[in-house]
Design a protein around this ligand. Sequence first.
Ligand code: NOJ
Length: 742
Amino acid sequence: MKHKEILELLNKMTIEEKIGQMVQITGDVFLSEDTNSVLTGPLKNLHLSKEKIYHVGSVLNIIGAEKVKKVQDEYLSKSRLKIPLLFMDDIINGYKIAFPIPIAQGCSWNTKAIKEMTEISSMESSIAGANVNFSPMVDLSRDARWGRVMESIGGEDPLLGEIYARTMVKAYQGKNLFEVGKMASCVKHIAAYGAVEAGRDYNTVDMSEREFRQYYLPAYKAAIEAGAEMLMTSFNILNGIPSTVNKWLIQEVIRKELGFKGIVISDYGAVEETITHGYSANETEAAKNAITAGIDIDMMSGIYANHLKDLCLQNQEIENKVNESVLRILTLKNKLGLFENPYGNTNEEKEKTYIMNPINLEKAKKLTQETFVLLKNKNHVLPLQKSKKIALIGPYIDNIGITGSWSMFSDRTKNGTILDIFKEKMGNQVIYAKGCEILRQEEINKILSADGSPIVHVENERQKEQDMIASAMQTAKKADVILLALGEHYKQSGEACSRSNIALPENQIQLINELYTLSKPMILILFNGRPIELNTIEPKLDAILEVWFPGTTGAKAITEMILGEENPSGKLTMSFPQNVGQCPVYYNHYNTGRPHHDNLRYLSRYQDIPTESFYPFGYGLSYCDFKYTELYLNNHKMNKNETITVTIKIENQSDYAGYEVIQLYIQDLYGSVVRPVKELKAFKKEYFKPHEIKYIHFNIDMHMLKFWNEKLELVAESGEFKAFVGGDSVNVLEDRFEFVDN
Ligand code: NOJ
């Protein structure tokens, strides 16, 4: 449709039809034989009439070509102007193929891998009818207590967030949204949701504008520059005003300053929540606040559906705003080609052949392997020799539930288990005992009862626990090495999964303690959605392989890695704390006036734990041994038109081939506002043959030295800097250079 025709369509619309476009509901109502019971049941709180639902512009989390077509047909059959619905979904880490959760994907430090995962996920879900994906989530995350760190693609680093945001938006959207396999990307959650106080979900955020611009804004900005069609606001208050109704954020920063032209959608029920926050006095005011701030679509609160019309009748400015919003929504529908074909890229035939196809599953496995982070490998206990007798122990050994909390659409039939795959490869050389449950039932009850699930009572749970441990001990005694698969329950990380204790569940720790008494090599495969507190168990383990929630091909990917058919190359994107009391802990912090180096009294330190993180940002081992030497700067002074080339010699001192992520950090030693002790400025993921030596180069230019000063200007100041290169943010070689701003 031409722009002129869209404007004509807009002119034909009644105010009710326009407002309808700005309302999003779950689509079940169009699938039900009995609409009334859905409206008075699941959608009761929205107080919608039957008439109003046939005006809504979009639906949430309806997917599958047949279902999507059915909903679209049903809707259009009753719609006067036949404006197709938009289908928006949460395809967070894949549709039918579940890829590793986003935090894991980020640990690949490989934009090509992230691009490929995003493209497969975009193809699978768009042919199944999704027009918009609520992804990527690019909230900078420094606090492991927050359950949603599992969704954060860049972890604690603004540069990674920026690079990955750009990569994913482009991979979803391609050049044209109506190309097969493409869909609109809805980037979330603006803004600074990752900084919720105490890591408690939905909580408050208060930060200086400088801090916001320096660390939190860059990823959203990169997504906008990459052409993201949509943004979702966050649940939190930002500096006293809920993001959903924060005019400064949406109007000044997002629209005016960053030039965002697309659609802004609220998060689920968030327009109404501005009342609970104590910002809007009632529903009418909530509608007014949201529309004035710039919310184009109200997701699941009914506030727009029930209150916008009166506001429009009273106030021309609000009606103008409604027209602007509707124009944006119609424009996106047009870009998706929905006026020509209301099913968009939905394709039932392709759905049958493409989804879960073996080529993509094989690719997925390779990509998954890039996300694993080897945290410890004492005496090179890994990879394991096939000649060894291995005791496979733990609740994740024979478990297909390794796809994480946002994989509700994934096809679990192909998941396989670690047990199956080890057996296939090693037959009777492997023996198995479950050893423990993931969580005690009382803890599961606590989590699941909040979802309305019935409480389950387990008789003699402690006794059963002891029996399981005893049986695991018997199994382990017969083996040369113990391979443990433990970790969080998938319901322990994700939305509304904040935790004040981020250690492994107590029953799992007990199992480790008992097995440790056997003095056999013990390897942990760790399943989790957040950095885990490992300080008490780490000394008992010879190796730790962090696999996060690895998805459909996880079991195969893990087995190959453990047996040395593949080599780990992932690096952490979030620091692991010594214990939860250290949260938030992140590498790019400022120095205090009393940094802790020695065991002296009045220093910035904890009395009971080290100041440093347990595993630092950027950290991850390989079966190779990489040695970094000969850091060389071709110049020690540069001006704004010059660059300095940093060169480092890296030697793979092993018989393995593998990848290494080489990282360049910079510190601005003295600034008009203080600068962090280190900031990631560039990285390269390089392949090394056995014993290969490579010289890796990075160029430093003025843009890498810029920061937001006191006057909120982005500047590079003359002065002294340090450049660091290493395989993580701590073990680095360093040199100094000077920048002169002329
Ligand atoms: C709430 C979550 O915060 C958001 O990330 C998600 O996309 C929406 N619900 C829709 O499911």
